[in-house]
Design a binder for this molecule. Structure first.
Ligand code: SAM
Length: 199
């Protein structure tokens, strides 16, 4: 009997989670952070105008290392745990998407830096290509995509080649000016317009 109650409670919780997931998927705010990590870049980490997603959910307390002599706490708590290569949102769901994927390939150094920013592994070029495609799919026509890339290991031009979309302008910042902020606008494709009108 006790077990039945526990099962019923678990099932009820699962149903609530599913409802909450569907609600967030179908009624998103105007901004999508496609891989939020611990939201370091945000002025307000609980900004309600944005939906924060990431493929991981974890809290890590790290001992001091070379890059972070005082240690660090990394809390990755996305609103939805999702993969940016396969998003559940409808086309044109967001007005602005921010895309700040991992830029480090070094797996060996499991320090604060790699926990904060994640690492690129496997066929990461295909992952970033699919990520760009998904971010543009869920962006509304004339919506803006902000892309961030640190050139520590891979030059920006190699990454921009992974999307057909043409950047508007950018800005360099960060250590030795190696971090780029690049702005795109989604310009509706002529063929795509015709199809949309025909529907
Ligand atoms: C550079 S960090 C983002 C840092 C974040 N902008 C901030 O301000 O803290 C990159 C994040 O991408 C996430 N990530 C990597 N691959 C992903 C994927 N396929 N889908 C969703 N998130 C992914 C990692 O877990 C990591 O948290």
């Amino acid at each position: 009997m006790e077990h039945m109650n526990e099962n019923a409670e678990e099932e009820w919780n699962r149903a609530q989670d599913a409802k909450e997931f569907e609600f967030m998927r179908d009624n998103p705010p105007p901004v999508l952070d496609a891989c939020c990590g611990s939201r370091m870049m945000w002025f307000d980490k609980q900004d309600e105008r944005a939906l924060f997603i990431d493929r991981r959910r974890e809290r890590i307390e790290m001992k001091p290392d070379k890059s972070y002599p005082s240690g660090c706490v990394i809390d990755v708590a996305p609103d939805m745990q999702l993969d940016f290569t396969c998003l559940p949102f409808s086309n044109s769901a967001f007005s602005l998407v921010v895309f700040d994927p991992p830029h480090l390939q070094r797996e060996e150094a499991k320090g604060c830096l790699t926990y904060k920013y994640g690492v690129l592994n496997g066929d990461w070029r295909a992952m970033l290509r699919d990520g760009f495609a998904e971010c543009f799919r869920v962006l509304r026509p004339e919506g803006v995509l902000i892309f961030k890339w640190a050139e520590t290991e891979v030059p920006l031009r190699e990454i921009l080649a992974l999307t057909d979309e043409k950047p508007l302008f950018g800005h360099k910042s960060g250590k030795q000016m190696g971090t780029h902020w690049v702005t795109f606008i989604k310009v509706p494709k002529v063929g795509a317009d015709k199809t949309a009108n025909a529907e």
